[in-house]
Every structure is written in structure tokens, then in C-alpha cells.
Design a protein. Structure first.
Length: 260
């Protein structure tokens, strides 16, 4: 079975600047990491591989420095990695991002199972996975909290739908998005890091994709535009309550502001 896991490089902290013209995040020179939700997607792939013989590949979209998260995934046990990178993809909203990733997955060849984290910490839309599945015309299930059974033909999963828990079986090819906590992500292996230090990361550009309509990618393909992004103001003011009467003083403050 061939499994593809979509991973993303996200800012490692909150000190991120915003382009005043386009409203997109300026990622160059910013400390980055693998999107935390994608670590659960990776571990889900490893757990499935333990039950059904599989090859695991990752796909990421971003600037050249996004290769770092693919290298990190190699050190966890991933077999192959592809980076989708081109200036034509820059500034994409969820729709254009989903389309570009779907095109990238097609370029990777036949894939049985695509696994995504529920959402990213820099976007929090939780829309990219399902939209990719729609573009690929394959079934999908979101919000998966448990993988109950794995066979060479299908998955049986438990999906957290908020007010209900649903158990569903889905056949391949398909796409799933997993919840935080579905498994405990493994740590990178230093030995794997050394062994995969020179492993090729295939880079796909706009010219490598089947659909070369520039109106479907990046800012050109984004029907939604960010009107304004700004860092929330920091309030350094603080008030401390010390001693035996601290709880009473705090209660009085909260009651005075009608918080309680």
C-alpha cells in the first residue's frame, strides 16, 4: 500500500511579521517546525504500516527551506519526500492550497491512502484535507480519533463529530484527517537522520503539474483575500496579590469587574 502524508512547515513562535500589501505571513528567517497536527498524521501512517506492508511518502508545499520538515520526517521513518515549491503558489488561500496539493499528489502517482492532520496552527481552517479529497474525487473522513481496524482493502475508524461518535469503514483510495492525540508521535531518530542525510527530496514546480492554468494557483486562484492581519497588542500591566488575604483581594477585583 502507498500512503501519502501531507505536512506543513509552520512558524515555531508568535513573532511573525505580516506583509502589509498582501496580508500573508512573512516566513523567511522565522524559526519553523512541523505543524503539530501533522505529527499525529505521521504516527498514524507508521501505525498502519505496522499492520499492512506500506510505503510512506510525505508531501509539503512551501519555499525551499520547507525541506527541513521533510528531512525531519525521514528521521522518523518516512520513505520518500516531495516538496511542492514555486512562486506561483505563494499567497494561496485554502482553496488554491488544496488544489495545488491535489495536483502534487497526482504527480506522485497512484496513492491508496492520504493522511492529513486535522488543521494547521497558522491557519486553523481544517478545510484543506476535505477540499483535496473533493479535487481528487475520492471519499474522505475527517476528525478521526481512533483507527479501529486496518486491512489491505479498507480502514475502520472512529470519528469525533462533536455531539456524536461515528464508526465508519472507508475503502481505498481515500483521505482521512486525524485528531490531535490519536497516537503519541515518535521522536526523530539520530541514526535515521544520519542514514537519510543525503536522501533525495523531489521538488515539483508549477511546470511539473498537469494543470497549468495559473488562475487556479496562489493569489490568482484565491477567491478569498485577507483584509487585515495584525499581531494582538501586548498588555504588560499586571497586579500581584500576596499574603494570606490574596484570595479575598482577587475575589474582590473579579467581582468589581463583574467577571464573577
Amino acid at each position: 500500500m502507498k500512503i501519502a502524508v501531507c505536512i506543513k512547515q509552520v512558524p515555531g513562535g508568535t513573532n511573525v511579521q505580516v506583509d502589509p500589501v498582501t496580508g500573508v505571513l512573512l516566513r523567511d528567517g522565522v524559526d519553523s517546525k512541523i505543524n503539530p497536527y501533522d505529527l499525529y498524521a505521521l504516527e498514524s501512517a507508521f501505525q498502519i504500516k505496522n499492520q499492512v506492508s506500506s510505503e510512506i511518502g510525505v508531501l509539503s508545499m512551501g519555499p525551499p527551506q520547507a525541506k527541513a520538515v521533510i528531512r525531519e520526517s525521514f528521521s522518523m521513518g518516512v520513505d520518500t519526500g516531495v516538496l511542492l515549491s514555486d512562486r506561483k503558489f505563494a499567497g494561496a488561500d485554502v482553496l488554491a492550497t488544496s488544489y495545488a496539493l491535489a495536483q502534487g499528489l497526482k504527480a506522485m502517482g497512484e496513492i491508496d491512502l492520504i493522511i492529513c492532520g486535522k488543521q494547521t496552527t497558522d491557519g486553523d481552517t481544517a478545510q484543506v484535507g476535505p477540499e483535496m479529497a473533493e479535487y481528487l474525487s475520492i471519499p474522505h473522513i475527517s476528525n478521526i480519533s481512533k483507527i479501529l481496524e486496518v486491512t489491505s482493502e479498507s480502514l475502520t475508524v472512529e470519528a469525533d463529530m462533536g455531539e456524536t461518535i461515528e464508526i465508519q469503514t472507508i475503502g481505498y483510495p481515500c483521505l482521512i484527517t486525524v485528531e490531535k492525540g490519536i497516537y503519541s508521535p515518535r521522536l526523530p531518530s539520530y541514526k535515521n537522520k544520519l542514514d537519510t542525510a543525503t536522501r533525495e527530496i523531489k521538488v515539483l514546480t508549477f511546470d511539473d503539474l498537469d494543470d497549468k492554468d495559473e488562475k487556479k494557483y496562489g493569489l490568482n486562484g484565491s477567491p478569498t483575500q485577507v483584509e487585515r492581519i495584525f499581531n494582538p497588542p501586548k498588555n504588560p500591566d499586571k497586579e500581584m496579590f500576596l499574603g494570606d488575604g490574596a484570595a479575598v483581594e482577587l475575589f474582590g477585583k473579579l467581582r468589581g469587574r463583574k467577571i464573577i
